[in-house]
Design a protein around this ligand. Structure first.
Ligand code: HEC
Length: 141
């Protein structure tokens, strides 16, 4: 028992040390820090703007369309829409005004404000465990 709890402690220490570091790990972006308020607001905004009419978005009821690419596991992506490196700034910009990145993209400009786009990005970047703890479905497989 003693050694198991020691191992658990050691594991927790390693995890907290790792999560204290930011940046990429083997080219995979780390999950972005975001407040819970922002993530919850992002979830509401994704439903409000009807992003699920074109996207499958885990955790958003009724968001099961395949007209656009699925928006799952965003914290693991390298690119946004195959055009931009996956940074919070780029994601926010894409959500606000996709035509400013590519005038020919089929994704419409829905009039999302910068603050709203930041909250939506926070939702897309959050770790699955955040919603699981609240009983929402958030499957990243
Ligand atoms: C009318 C359909 C439609 C709606 C509504 C829509 N999108 Fe999109 N979205 C698309 C399409 C199509 C693409 C692929 C665009 C491309 O690659 O040019 C896309 C791409 C994206 C991407 C990049 C996906 C990737 O795999 O890299 C994100 C992020 C995104 N949309 C977020 C949103 C958000 C957030 C909303 C709501 C505010 C939204 N979309 C509403 C059609 C839509």
């Amino acid at each position: 028992m003693k050694s198991i709890s020691f191992q658990l402690c050691l594991g927790a220490l390693v995890v907290s040390l790792l999560s204290a570091c930011s940046g990429d790990v083997n080219g995979v972006p780390e999950p972005r820090a975001a407040s819970e308020t922002s993530i919850v607001s992002g979830r509401r905004l994704l439903a409000h703007y009807g992003c699920g009419l074109c996207h499958t978005i885990p955790g958003i009821p009724g968001a099961d369309s395949m007209a656009g690419p699925p928006l799952n596991c965003f914290y693991e992506r390298t690119y946004i829409a195959g055009r931009l490196s996956n940074t919070s700034d780029h994601l926010t910009k894409w959500i606000q005004d996709p035509q400013s990145i590519d005038p020919n993209t089929a994704m419409p400009n829905l009039g999302v404000t910068k603050d709203e786009a930041q909250d939506i990005a926070a939702y897309l970047y959050h770790r699955p465990s955040f919603l699981e703890r609240r009983g929402f479905d958030r499957d990243c497989s």
